[in-house]
Design a protein around this ligand. Structure first.
Ligand code: SAM
Ligand code: SF4
Length: 489
């Protein structure tokens, strides 16, 4: 008589960037081959993975507090006669290795971002031996060994999917740990990316988000044996039937070449939103950060992007309180925010990371000053984001519905400009791209209503999004295209 074993349960908690979200999904896919099913709660997990971020000290410290809480969970599992294997993955694992097990003995396995394809073996070893550490940069391409998701897994993850095309970084900004934790730049070849995209689309995905630490530095091998640029890859992906929307993130201003800028004007599927981190508006600080471009160069790239795609919504990252940052440097940053009128932006206090050049500077800015500058910067960013969102009210936008909304009966989706939109709609709209009249702005999202013609069901929309002209019945409603092109307000 054969005995069927209950599936083992896996819980993965992701910290940090989109690359980690993608990696967490790949870990679940590779362990699914070994019979692991994902569980929504850590309480009944057999294997628990914390996929960590090391970019700022706060992010890394969060992991240690979580590990403290997991001790109790592991003891409870043992009382119930179960073994809970705790793994730490991601950039904290890569940066701290053995040290994690020393500080947190609850951890059985430490695995760096380049070794996820070996997880089934590593988990099996850790369950027997305990204390396994694998933070090598193996020669083999982990992407060749990672399992593809099943169509059911893809569907459960929604209509917008990440595809990692590039990893690592060769730029060595003086504040950043990425070149140390993720290693040298690596670009996946076109055929592998294409195959992954085709599988995702076949499972119902409509929007492909290409991701990489420096995604626009991607230069992968094409089917013709030549090196392709990201622009060429985007043109090719836009031809894949079923790809309705394309985005890419995170880009470096230095790598925004002519062809990539032109693609924003040429490809309707390429969404009019770009995250282009600048970090500071001061040339002196940009130089000290080793960003390899100045303020004027950055503004020129945005000007050219707006010429190619007038309604493009810009987003960015900022660091305040980099060593040596004066009040004048900070004022230059505020002025840059006003000049661009960002639709959204992330801002952080500078966090000294061990092993990076800026951490050793004896010109550190005090915590109090960093906090004060951050509050001022965030207020300025919020002001521009609110203006951008308000300018969409009264317009019709194509929304890709992704999940249930905040309130009963609501569904939420993304506008072409990456704004979250809450709409009263049936769950059946999930995965559809439908026209929505934007009716108002709320906290962190817009409100809208499905556009229904004469009481009939809203039309399906499977093609690339196009800008809907401003409604002639609403004269005076500013078009975000115009506002963005005029460089603020
Ligand atoms: N490659 C991207 C670029 O060139 O801008 C950024 C990738 S990094 C993972 C994401 C963001 O984290 C950065 O844009 C920066 O604003 C922030 N960041 C990185 N290191 C930091 C540090 N030491 N302190 C504060 N913020 C940091
Ligand atoms: Fe870090 Fe981005 Fe600079 Fe690379 S380019 S070192 S990932 S901030």
């Amino acid at each position: 008589m054969s005995v069927t074993r209950a599936p083992r349960k896996l819980y993965v908690k992701s910290y940090g960037c989109q690359m980690n979200v993608y990696d967490s999904q790949r870990m679940a896919d590779v362990l699914a081959r070994d019979g692991y099913v994902e569980t929504a709660t850590p309480d009944d997990a057999d294997v628990l993975v914390l996929n960590t971020c090391h970019i700022r000290e706060k992010a890394a410290e969060k992991v240690y507090s979580e590990l403290g809480r997991l001790r109790v969970l592991k003891q409870k599992a043992a009382r119930d006669g179960r073994r809970l294997t705790v793994a730490v993955a991601g950039c904290v694992a890569q940066a701290e290795g053995e040290e994690i097990i020393r500080r947190a003995p609850v951890v059985d396995l430490v695995v760096g971002p380049q070794s996820y394809h070996r997880l089934p073996d590593l988990v099996a070893r850790a369950a027997v031996e305990g204390r396994v550490v694998d933070t090598d940069f193996p020669a083999e391409d982990k992407f060749d060994h990672l399992a593809a998701p099943t169509a059911a897994a893809t569907r459960s993850r929604g209509a917008a999917a990440f595809v990692t095309v590039q990893e690592g970084c060769d730029k060595f900004c003086t504040f950043c740990v990425v070149p140390y934790t993720r290693g040298a730049e690596f670009s996946r070849p076109v055929q592998k990316i294409l195959a992954e995209v085709e599988d995702l689309v076949a499972a119902g995905v409509k929007e492909i988000r290409l991701i990489g630490q420096n995604v626009n530095a991607w230069h992968g091998e094409g089917p013709d044996g030549r090196t392709w640029t990201l622009a060429r890859l985007l043109y090719r992906l836009a031809e894949v039937p079923g790809v309705a929307r394309l985005r890419y993130t995170t880009s470096h201003p230095r790598d925004m070449d002519d062809a990539l800028i032109a693609a924003h004007g040429d490809l309707p599927a390429l969404m009019p939103q770009l995250h282009l981190p600048v970090q500071s508006g001061s040339d002196r600080i940009l130089d000290a950060m080793n960003r390899k471009h100045g303020r004027a160069e950055y503004l020129r790239v945005i000007e050219r992007l707006k010429a190619a795609r007038p309604d493009i919504a810009m987003s960015s990252d900022f660091i305040v309180g980099f060593p040596g940052e004066t009040e004048q440097d900070f004022a230059d940053t505020l002025a840059l925010v006003d000049a661009v009128g960002f639709a959204s932006a992330y801002s952080f206090k500078y966090s000294p990371r061990p092993g990076t050049p800026a951490a050793d500077s004896d010109d550190q800015v005090s915590e109090a000053e960093k906090a004060e500058r951050l509050a001022r910067l965030q207020a300025r960013i919020d002001h521009h984001a609110a203006a951008f969102n308000a300018a969409t009210v009264g317009r019709t936008a194509q929304v890709l519905f992704e999940s249930a909304g905040r309130h009963d009966g609501q569904m939420t989706g993304k506008s072409p400009w990456m704004q979250a939109v809450q709409v009263m709609a049936p769950p059946s709209v999930k995965g559809e791209i439908l026209p929505v009249r934007i009716t108002g702005t709320g906290t962190n999202s817009l409100h809208g209503a499905l556009v229904v013609a004469n009481g009939t069901a809203p039309p399906r929309h499977d093609g690339p999004d196009r800008i809907t002209p401003a409604d002639p019945a609403l004269p005076g409603v500013p078009d975000p295209a115009v506002r963005a092109a005029s460089g603020g307000h």
